[in-house]
Design a protein around this ligand. Structure first.
Ligand code: PMP
Length: 342
């Protein structure tokens, strides 16, 4: 809610700024495709990612149900955007926060969480999930041992997809005045695609097509969870937060294509976004190209959700040596019309 005192306009809390992110047209990276392709740019959220939406909804639901009481502690095994969202909400509402993460997580990421006042417990990566020191077991133990602890568990918490059903979906319908024809998003926990997709299917009477983007090798596109490098998307198991009845189609994207498009977005559209945004955009561009040959393609409106900004990935996708080490640099260069100046 916003307030006005004389001519001073302000909100009461940073949390009031979660959601209502803008739609920005992708023009150059679509290579002349006929449908309108719009990006829902989620780095405009105050914590910097789409995960602010679920953090607010999960915490408020736990407050309402009494699972999280004043002075309580939020404990979650995460090092990424969900951690930042939860740390921000915890700080704004006066809760303590403990995040458990494997030691492979970069110090920069841990420091962001600490900067919000959270405590970070680091566990060895090189142990099996059933080992007492695995990060799954350590987080469960902390929940048992800390008084007033509550674990959001984004992979099983229904308020994760609900937050998108209640915010992302209605925003897209209003912003496009019901003209959206396709929605494309990467799938991690599945909360974004399941909640937004359910709303858009319902409100359009099933007309809006819902398309998941998945890294090659992940379960959603028929893989076993073989490692891929793009972060935040793809799984090696089926989370409860993924609704199998929503997606009309899954488009599989290679790491090489995800990273090439991530770099194109920065250089050609001025959008500095993360690798999973590049992956989702790669799927949306492929879809737009395919649909260009169909009747009425000019009237189609494809919206692709870009989950976070690119600052957290400067040493990875935006680093030439890192890309070259995996053999992706040549592809990233070919994939951009600005190849000669890379
Ligand atoms: N991209 C990034 C960077 C993420 O952190 C996440 C969340 N894991 C996603 C995409 C996928 O979103 P969801 O969990 O809602 O499927």
């Amino acid at each position: 809610m916003s307030h006005t005192v004389r001519y001073v306009r302000y909100v009461n809390s940073l949390l009031d700024l979660v959601g209502n992110t803008p739609l920005v047209r992708l023009s150059k990276t679509t290579d002349g495709a006929k449908p309108l392709v719009l990006a829902k740019v989620e780095y405009f959220n105050p914590g910097g990612s789409v995960k602010d939406r679920i953090a607010v909804r999960m915490v408020e639901a736990a407050e309402a149900s009494g699972e999280l009481k004043p002075g309580g502690t939020i404990v979650e095994p995460t090092s990424g955007n969900t951690g930042v969202g939860l740390a921000m909400v915890a700080q704004a509402k006066g809760y303590k926060c403990v995040f458990v993460c494997p030691d492979k997580v970069s110090e920069d990421k841990r420091n962001v969480l600490k900067a919000y006042g959270a405590e970070v417990v680091v566990c060895p990566t090189a142990v099996a999930p059933e080992h007492p020191n695995s990060y799954y077991n350590v987080s469960d133990r902390l929940v048992r041992e800390i008084e007033g602890a509550w674990k959001p568990n984004q992979y099983a918490n229904i308020n994760n997809p609900i937050s998108h059903y209640e915010s992302t979906g209605p925003e897209l319908w209003e912003q496009t005045e019901g003209k959206i024809t396709h929605f494309v998003a990467g799938v991690g926990t599945g909360g974004t695609i399941s909640g937004t997709g359910k709303y858009l299917k319902e409100v359009s009477g099933g007309r809006v097509q819902i398309i998941g983007a998945d890294p090659e090798g992940s379960v959603y596109s028929g893989g076993s969870g073989r490692p891929y490098l793009v972060e935040g998307v793809g799984e090696d198991f089926w989370p409860e937060t993924y609704d199998k009845n929503i997606c009309d189609r899954i488009i599989e994207i290679s790491d090489a294509d995800s990273f090439a498009v991530t770099r194109r977005l920065a250089r050609e559209e001025a959008m500095l976004v993360g690798g999973s945004a590049g992956m989702a955009a790669a799927a949306a561009i492929r879809l737009a190209q395919e649909l260009s040959g169909e009747p009425g393609a000019e009237d189609m409106v494809i919206v692709v959700l870009l989950p976070d900004g690119g600052r957290g990935y400067l040493t990875k996708v935006f680093n030439d040596e890192w890309l070259a080490q995996y053999g992706f640099l040549a592809h990233a260069r070919q994939g951009t019309t600005l190849g000669e100046v890379l």
